[in-house]
Ligand binder design. Structure first.
Ligand SMILES: [Zn+2]
Length: 242
């Protein structure tokens, strides 16, 4: 049940303690892809996983801005600090728990969120507010294509979710200015803090090998993995259970 599309009485009558909270980022993904890739993909996976799950699951609206200051050189990118992100996500998790949705999978679409997300999920779980587990889709699925950034994996995913948002005519521009790896390394240390220090177009990897077919496969695999996490979170014995 998507909370944003239902009434409070529907939420009251929902017979479940399970919730999905999509989180992402509004950040550059190269010249060919929209700024919303990360929260759009998280929301699409959460929606489809709730539909695929046997029992009822509440889906919270996506949190669209995350930890993304590393992309600040690229126009349109928005970010919050890790402190703000932890505080905000923590409050949202506790408000879900207040209504009895206290077993929560946080579906994440942005690598920069993972550290702060792990910390806040651990905090609310240790404090007994709720049991929250982070799930980052691109860490859970495999592909023959490269992940990169705005690369073939994310571009394929967007071709499956909303193909009109991908500008295939800009692939050459994306590829030409792409960096060859994350960071600028010397002696085992990353010298770079911002993305424009190692990528001109905002891309890592040429997005050209992306296909809608691979996107559909990635979406289905992400949904399967998310359902598996939901099953495990639902079955988990927690302190305070009788
Ligand atoms: Zn992304």
């Amino acid at each position: 049940m998507n909370l944003a599309e239902h009434s409070w009485t529907d939420a009251r009558d929902a017979d479940t303690d399970l919730a999905l909270l999509p989180v992402g980022s509004t950040e550059q993904h190269g010249p060919h892809a929209p700024l919303g890739v990360d929260f759009m993909s998280a929301a699409a996976i959460a929606e489809a996983a709730a539909e695929a799950y046997d029992d009822e699951v509440v889906v919270a609206p996506p949190i669209p801005v995350g930890v993304a200051e590393e992309h600040r050189a690229f126009d349109g990118t928005l970010w919050v600090t890790e402190d703000s992100f932890r505080a905000y996500v923590g409050d949202v998790l506790r408000s879900l728990a207040h209504h009895g949705f206290d077993r929560i999978v946080v579906v994440n679409g942005h690598g920069g969120n993972t550290g702060a997300l792990f910390e806040i999920c651990a905090r609310v779980s240790r404090d007994g507010d709720c049991y929250a587990v982070p799930f980052t889709w691109f860490d859970a699925v495999e592909s023959d294509l490269e992940l990169g950034h705005g690369g073939p994996v994310e571009t394929s995913m967007m071709l499956a979710i909303d193909p009109e948002l991908i500008r295939e005519d800009r692939y050459p521009e994306a590829a030409e200015g792409a960096g060859d790896g994350f960071g600028d390394w010397a002696g085992g240390a990353n010298l770079a803090f911002d993305f424009d220090e190692f990528s001109e177009s905002g891309n890592l990897e040429d997005p050209t090998p992306a296909t809608e077919e691979e996107g559909e496969r990635l979406l289905a695999a992400s949904v399967d993995a998310c359902v598996e996490v939901l099953d495990a979170v639902a079955a988990r014995a927690l302190d305070g259970d009788q």
